[in-house]
Write a protein that binds this ligand. Structure first.
Ligand code: ATP
Ligand code: MG
Length: 381
């Protein structure tokens, strides 16, 4: 299988994974590949490396997708029939826009946005980046005509955090118990029972704030809006559960990542979310091929100065160790998951920071089985 087959008939592709595994890179490469195949695609990236952002033409700020200039796309080795649109998520702005949309009037929206608790909530509370990413996805789905939406997800400790984030925020906003005793009673907070204190302590931890009055005002301002939040959350959940949505996990071939991939697929299944496949990125393929390490040292010594030959041979050996490790972990992954849904992208010799780099990653993602084998052979040769 390849990404084109996995995304056949899909409208939304969410790329999850732990920090630094290549979510942003693969999201952009998937979007590029789908655009090359004629689709009108938008990719929502989160904090791409500067050079990648430049390559996609994202240096101007803006919280809406912009079409990547076809002239830029032409710098890659891929001809693009469709349209590639890209945006860099601005979580704060997305949160503000969400408030603008659900506030009953502009005055209330402004008051909320000026509130200190809101300012913390929209930037510092863990999960707010994930929440805004999903909110943006929903908005693009509702308001624009894209064939395919690809969502990169924020750097997090592990892939499951993305799935938990919206709930965390929702339960914070819904905190009915909290609201009940936050209601201004005329007696002020002196009337709070001891029982409320641990709860406030918890909240203090969440927001890093100690401002009970701001909280009261905040929940007062939110008023009935929390119902709209919940309603919206339900609609968003529908989008994430839709048959036309595909969750793709991006991982490395290291042991912990492989464990995480297995948990992730199990969690998606138990949450009823559509699991589409796993991209195993930066796989080390054994560059020694059938050669024994000592044969390599001998061959290198014939052409290189001894000290250099030694260092190169060491390098190959280290790589060989990594490749053997990756191979073992991948076999384990393949027995736990549907092996056809594993898509391997090798460790490339350079960072991926331009359209050509994306085109290279894309080649592995969209290759047929036979093509992939040929590409790997080329790599090893
Ligand atoms: N197959 C690859 N070969 C070589 N380098 C790669 C490959 N894939 C990604 N990289 C590089 O690895 C780094 C991390 O990639 P990327 O930013 O896409 O990861 P991420 O999962 O989005 O990270 P974060 O969790 O911080 O958002 C980048 O410098 C990227 O160029
Ligand atoms: Mg990233």
């Amino acid at each position: 299988m390849n990404v084109a087959e996995i995304l056949d008939g899909k409208h939304v592709c969410v790329c999850c994974g732990s920090g630094g595994v290549g979510k942003t890179t693969t999201s952009a490469a998937i979007a590029l590949g789908m655009a090359a195949r004629g689709a009108k695609v938008a990719v929502v990236t989160i904090d791409p490396a500067n050079r990648l952002a430049n390559a996609l033409g994202l240096e101007q700020l803006g919280n809406e997708p912009r079409r990547v200039d076809p002239a830029r796309l032409a710098t890659g080795s891929l001809s693009v029939e469709g349209e590639l649109w890209a945006m860099m998520l601005d979580p704060k702005r997305t949160f503000d826009e969400l408030i603008d949309r659900i506030a009953p009037d502009p005055g209330r929206a402004e008051e909320i946005k000026a509130n200190r608790v809101y300012r913390e909530l929209s930037t510092a509370v863990s999960g707010s980046q994930e929440l805004t990413a999903i909110a943006k996805l929903y908005e693009l789905d509702q308001e624009h005509e894209f064939d395919v939406l690809v969502l990169d997800t924020p750097p997090s400790r592990n892939a499951l955090e993305f799935l938990d984030a919206p709930n965390r925020i929702n339960s914070f906003l819904e905190g009915r118990a909290l609201k009940a005793f936050m209601k201004p009673t005329g007696f002020g907070f002196r009337t709070l029972g001891r029982g409320a204190l641990p709860l406030l302590g918890g909240l203090r931890k969440i927001t890093g704030l100690d401002l009970i009055t701001d909280l009261t005002v905040f929940f007062g301002l939110l008023g009935d809006m929390t119902n709209d939040f919940s309603q919206r959350a339900a609609q968003v959940e529908q989008l994430l559960r839709a048959e036309t949505t595909a969750f793709v996990l991006v991982t490395s071939a290291a042991r912990e990542s492989v464990d995480e991939a297995i948990w992730f697929s199990e969690r998606l299944a138990s949450d009823g979310l559509p699991f589409a496949g796993v991209i195993v990125n930066r796989v080390h393929h054994d560059l020694l091929g059938d050669r024994e390490p000592h044969e390599l040292s001998a061959a290198l010594a014939r052409t290189l100065a001894p000290s250099l030959a030694g260092r190169v041979a060491d390098n190959f050996r280290d790589y060989h160790v990594l490749a053997t490790r990756d191979d073992m972990n991948l076999s384990r992954l393949a027995t736990q998951l549907d092996a056809r849904r594993l898509l391997l992208v090798p460790q490339l010799d350079d960072d991926v920071h331009d359209i050509e780099g994306l085109a290279r990653v894309h080649r592995y993602l969209f290759a047929s089985q036979a093509e992939r084998e040929r590409l790997i052979e080329d790599l090893v040769a």
